[in-house]
Design a protein around this ligand. Structure first.
Ligand code: SAH
Ligand code: SF4
Length: 407
């Protein structure tokens, strides 16, 4: 392979057992053209491959019937047309939600969730796919099932894009399409920054997946340099910030990354993104009873966001095994929403889809083999209760930034 092509191949994930062939959906089109050029083939061949991959839903080199058999064999030796192995599907919400559990080439498991929103009034039917960017997550938010797993590995660019292609393939026979993609599955997308940015470029590129930038939402727990690089890309990608609390002592506990990038810095970067793109930033608050749902918490969010191009989403917490916390009761959430709205901060309350199949936000924990042992759960519960009580008294946590995060 010529050096120039190698330089443009996607950043590999080094992990034993992982298929070393790059996934084609993560390879820049120019690198595919160069690969053909090195074999004395014209750019036309690269276009045939792109057509089969992005329009024809090809999953093997053998699906590219327009190519001679020898070229197909060479392609197969160099690239993977699909990086997802066996995938199990599980429907819920009367078929409106479908969880896909994907097995990757090294055995890692990740999940994506497809949600159908039927047409309403002038609004067309939407199919939103929630995708994963990492197996596990290093940030360790204590209310999140993925965080409890710890970090396993980054996903390759193609492993991210192929979750979207898989859903598109499932929808195609009915003439339907993936209309929106949200990075709200497993992992912190901006800690797998280069590959996630390459994936959103592939999804956005009119010659590849072709999804409008506004229909791609990156959700982050607050990786400030990552937010700034997303903004610098230029297109109007939508940014969602998992804020959960506007007071640093509490946010240090709920989102341990806050110890590295405090909430004020996160909001400043998000504000710059809104200014540069003209797009409203959405702020997510997982509502936890007695922890972050008080009037003081609402007022702190108002103080931080009033006047910004912003929108707040309140989401009742989904119960997860290892925490003692529960969702705030609906009247409390309504009161919190009213307080924000009265102060001029646009706010909505969102119900989570897919709860009964563990497909809701924060419930994606594919790799957990059974439930964690009871003593570990109770130890963890005690720690969380102690830390959140201290935070509510305004004491900042002395805990370090989680390992592998924010250096
Ligand atoms: N790591 C990124 C994206 C994945 S998490 C982030 O944190 O933004 C996607 C969303 O699910 C986040 O807003 C997260 O806070 C939320 N979430 C996690 N656990 C949850 C739970 N138990 N109940 C409700 N929402 C949860
Ligand atoms: Fe990671 Fe997001 Fe879960 Fe926090 S909420 S542990 S950042 S996946």
């Amino acid at each position: 392979m010529p050096a120039t092509t190698a330089a443009r191949l996607p950043l590999p994930v080094l992990r034993p057992g992982l298929d070393p062939r790059p996934g084609l959906s993560g390879v820049a089109p120019s690198a595919v053209t160069e690969w053909f050029a090195a074999r004395g083939e014209t750019a036309f061949r690269a276009r045939q491959v792109a057509d089969a991959l992005w329009r024809g839903h090809a999953t093997t080199a053998g699906d590219v019937r327009t190519l001679p058999a020898a070229v197909r064999a060479d392609l197969d030796a160099a690239f993977r047309f699909d990086t997802l192995g066996k995938t199990d599907l599980q429907p819920s919400d009367d078929g409106l939600t479908e969880k896909a559990l994907h097995r990757l080439s090294d055995g890692a498991l990740v999940e994506s969730v497809l949600m159908r929103y039927p047409a309403r009034g002038a609004r067309r039917e939407r199919h939103t796919l929630c995708i994963s960017s990492q197996a596990g997550c290093a940030v360790g938010c204590p209310f999140c099932a993925t965080g409890e797993l710890g970090f396993s590995r980054d996903l390759e660019t193609a492993e991210i894009v192929d979750q979207v292609r898989h859903a598109a393939r499932r929808l195609a026979p009915a003439g339907r399409h993936v209309t929106n993609v949200v990075f709200m599955g497993m992992g912190e997308p901006l800690l797998n920054l280069d590959r996630v940015l390459a994936a959103i470029e592939a999804l956005n590129d009119a010659d590849r997946f072709g999804l409008g930038a506004r229909r791609i939402t990156v959700s982050t727990s607050g990786v400030v340099p990552g937010i700034r690089r997303l903004t610098a890309l230029g297109p109007q990608f939508t940014l969602a910030i998992s804020i959960h609390a506007a007071r640093d002592p509490l946010r240090d506990v709920l989102v341990p990354l806050n110890r590295r990038w405090p909430v004020g810095e996160v909001v400043a970067a998000a504000r710059d993104h809104a200014r540069a793109t003209g797009r409203r930033v959405s702020y997510e608050v997982t509502m936890i009873a007695g922890v972050n749902d008080t009037d003081a918490d609402a007022d702190a969010i108002v103080a931080l966001l009033r006047g910004d191009l912003a929108h707040v989403n309140l989401i009742p917490m989904n119960p997860v095994a290892h925490t003692p916390w529960q969702a705030s009761p609906m009247p409390v959430i309504e009161r919190f929403a009213a307080r924000l709205r009265d102060a001029g901060v646009p706010t909505t309350i969102r119900r989570n889809r897919g709860q009964e199949i563990g497909a809701a936000c924060g419930q994606l924990a594919a790799e957990r083999a059974g439930e964690p042992p009871a003593p570990a759960v109770s130890r963890r519960r005690e720690l969380i209760v102690r830390a959140s009580a201290a935070a509510l008294r305004g004491e900042r946590s002395g805990e370090p930034v989680p390992a592998g995060v924010g250096e």
